[in-house]
Design a protein. Structure first.
Length: 111
């Protein structure tokens, strides 16, 4: 979902672009392994990143990362905050409205 689309849910498979963050998901021993792949052109560069996280059925996490992209659209600077809220399996409809049991914070100073 994206704010620009009114947070309308959608599903798509596309080749990652340099300005996109991606989530790598796979099931390992019945748990969902989640790894956030940072956008390759964003600043600051993150050389030390958190490892992949495993979620059991019913667990969820929130992962945040921010970026600055300079020189875009005629020299403009773009600031962006990505928030991934992800659950493994069935969870109540209001799950993501509360505080996450697991929070990975990769927000950094970007000015």
């Amino acid at each position: 979902m994206a704010e620009a689309d009114g947070f309308e849910p959608r599903e798509a498979v596309a080749a990652p672009g340099p300005y996109r963050s991606e989530a790598r998901l796979r099931v390992v021993d019945g748990q969902l392994q989640v790894e956030l792949i940072a956008a390759s052109w964003g600043v600051p560069r993150r050389h030390r990143r958190p490892p992949a996280v495993r979620l059991a059925q019913g667990d969820w996490l929130r992962w945040q990362i921010n970026y600055r992209f300079s020189g875009m659209n005629g020299g403009a600077t773009l600031y962006r905050l990505d928030t991934l809220s992800l659950a493994h399996g069935a969870v109540p409809a209001d799950t993501f409205l509360g505080d996450p049991p697991r929070f990975i914070d990769e927000r950094a100073r970007i000015w």
